[in-house]
Design a protein around this ligand. Structure first.
Ligand code: CA
Length: 232
């Protein structure tokens, strides 16, 4: 198995060093960067498998960096795990909205950090079908990562793409939040079910007119259906 390369963007040397030692001890390759500029240099040299990104950084904040890397073709699909000292819900949502795949609140245990890293790494693997799937006028190409509706291209973030990919392969069926976490995220142990709602909302917005195809089934979960459009 390939050794996971983890870029740790953290300005507090003590914490960065501790994370680095723990990751190396568990067979991962840890690269440390104390700010956005140093991190960008590392990314330009070798693309990491995961980015651990501290929220509070000198210069550009973790939030700004997450947004930038999410929009950069090179780092578009690289999982970003945000480290935050804040526990508030709005901040977590802001992190996810900026494109982070998950967040972990300080202080955290080594075991929790490792589990989360493994989870984001696993998440890249499931449901990455390489075939073309169509539902009504909505089309998704797993090979080229392209999505279109009525032949108009639709831009999706990596998590929304995985979510739509799963829903399209299992259309017209209702999926609970925990099922979606399991199948799309690959692990639901440390992720709140609310995360699913955030990404469903983003998916709907990105889909525009086709957003109504993602139905909320009250008290149960979500369903992707072609009927929503034809019934209007
Ligand atoms: Ca910091």
């Amino acid at each position: 198995m390939k050794i996971a390369r983890v870029l740790v963007v953290e300005d507090e040397p003590g914490i960065a060093e501790l994370i680095g030692v723990n990751l190396r001890h568990h067979g991962m390759l840890a690269v440390l960067a104390s700010d956005g500029e140093a991190a960008q240099k590392e990314i330009d040299e070798v693309l990491p498998d995961v980015i651990l990104l501290d929220w509070m950084l000198p210069g550009q904040s973790g939030l700004v960096l997450a947004r930038r890397w999410r929009n950069d073709p090179r780092t578009k699909t690289t999982p970003i795990l945000m480290l935050t000292a804040r526990g508030d819900e709005p901040d977590k949502v802001a992190g996810l909205d900026a494109g982070a795949d998950d967040y972990i609140t300080k202080p955290f245990s080594t075991q929790e950090l490792l589990a989360r890293i493994r989870a984001v790494l696993r998440r890249r693997a499931p449901e990455q079908a390489s075939d073309l799937v169509q539902l009504g006028q909505l089309q998704l190409d797993g090979a080229t990562h392209r999505v279109s509706f009525c032949d108009q291209p639709i831009k999706l973030g990596p998590t929304e793409f995985k979510l739509l990919n799963y829903l399209m392969h299992h259309a017209e069926r209702v999926h609970s939040r925990s099922q979606l976490l399991d199948r799309v995220w690959g692990d639901h142990v440390f992720i709140e079910e609310r995360t699913v709602d955030v990404h469903v909302k983003r998916l709907r917005e990105a889909l525009g007119e086709a957003g109504v195809m993602v139905e909320t089934v009250r008290g149960v979960g979500y369903r992707l259906t072609a009927a929503a459009l034809t019934n209007r």
